[in-house]
Design a protein around this ligand. Sequence first.
Ligand code: HEC
Ligand code: HEC
Ligand code: HEC
Length: 370
Amino acid sequence: MRIDPPVRIRFILLAALAALFLGSLFVWSGVYSVAASRGHFAVTEWLLTFGMRNSVKTHALGIDAPPLDNSDLVTLGAAHFQSGCAYCHGAPGIPISPIAQAMLPPPPDLATNMPPWRDRELFWIIKHGIKYTAMPAWPVQQRDDEVWALVAFLRRLPSLDAAQYRDLALGGLRVPPQSGESLATSETTARAIGACARCHGAGGARPASSLVPVLHGQRAEFIVASLEAFTSAQRASGIMQPVARALTGDDFRRVADYYAALQAPHAPEEPTDTSAIERGRDLAEQGDPDARIPACAGCHGEDALKTYPRLAGQNLPYMLNRLRLWKRGLAPGTATETIMAPIARELSERQIEDVAAYYASGGPSAGASR
Ligand code: HEC
Ligand code: HEC
Ligand code: HEC
């Protein structure tokens, strides 16, 4: 029997409408169970995994990985992994939380059970997260540099035992009480500082990773202002925002007073290029009028405003990273960043290296090459 073309089209249309109606009825009826307690059918599970892997591979094409074999990146990544990821994924010596294990899909133990992802694919997963699973996106999308620290750490993770992991992620620091404190205040202070020491150091210890800023000797006003900027998410950092939000009540003031009273510990001896330091000193003291760059010293010296950071003795990789972030266009979020970002954008790469080397070597207080 031959069917008229118009009749055939009408039949197809009707069938499509019926399918749509039945599909909607199925969704509307609630017969499908969204229970995470029951798992997927094997075929659904396979399809979802297959789709997820291919989506990640396709979307990660064209991402260039920076060099990741860098102990500062690995240490910073480990410290954040402990507070931001281990609850779901576990870590050497730390089992996955039973609550996380009941998620569907359950988060895999990344030390023992991770597919052979490329660096760029891990980066994409950590930056964007995975839809319809518990895997979250990086909370601050402009901070690719922070995401790479996690990738660098995941590369190291399978070779770590529990003790090595603890050393890397927690730094094993004890916080000495300040002189003149009562036992009660020194305990609350120790609890608050303890939350910072594994990354920022304490007492005479510098930060474990040089990508983390030295807070010792920084003005309390600047520390409090920075913590407020992280809490309100105006200052972009997926690592510091959750830490700052976890502080309560007087903690801001307490940790700020603690670090402000510390002597800046000595910087590690680095091979110094004295001519770079001299060029950095000139820029810091005189600026570069031709390029409309003001002298740094006016805003970063001892007599500058208390809400501005001191740079003498600051970690070199931290300063390089922050200046380059602004130079590459990180949008300033706070009033103080609005002052600094346009200056950083005018600096050449060589000026960034010179002036950071000058301040890292001690700045005006070093005087070694004078
Ligand atoms: C709230 C729980 C949760 C947190 C927190 C979390 N993840 Fe996940 N993650 C998951 C789940 C669930 C999956 C599995 C997704 C899937 O199989 O589709 C996953 C998958 C992954 C994968 C892919 C692994 C694979 O088997 O293919 C990586 C890599 C990963 N997470 C890294 C991280 C990192 C790094 C952090 C911290 C910055 C983190 N995750 C934080 C739940 C979490
Ligand atoms: C997991 C590691 C980690 C922990 C824990 C941590 N920090 Fe940070 N902190 C960082 C990093 C990384 C930065 C640099 C952020 C950026 O690039 O803007 C930073 C920046 C800061 C700054 C800005 C300093 C400057 O010179 O601009 C302050 C202030 C600060 N942290 C205070 C604290 C305090 C107080 C605590 C404890 C309650 C703490 N941090 C805990 C990693 C950490
Ligand atoms: C007009 C004042 C001003 C001048 C001039 C200035 N800065 Fe800044 N700079 C700031 C302020 C304010 C901040 C704090 C930004 C923030 O984190 O909110 C800052 C932050 C920085 C930081 C990050 C420090 C930290 O601990 O997070 C670096 C590095 C820096 N400046 C380098 C320089 C250099 C190098 C020069 C000279 C070429 C310079 N600045 C000139 C005001 C200034």
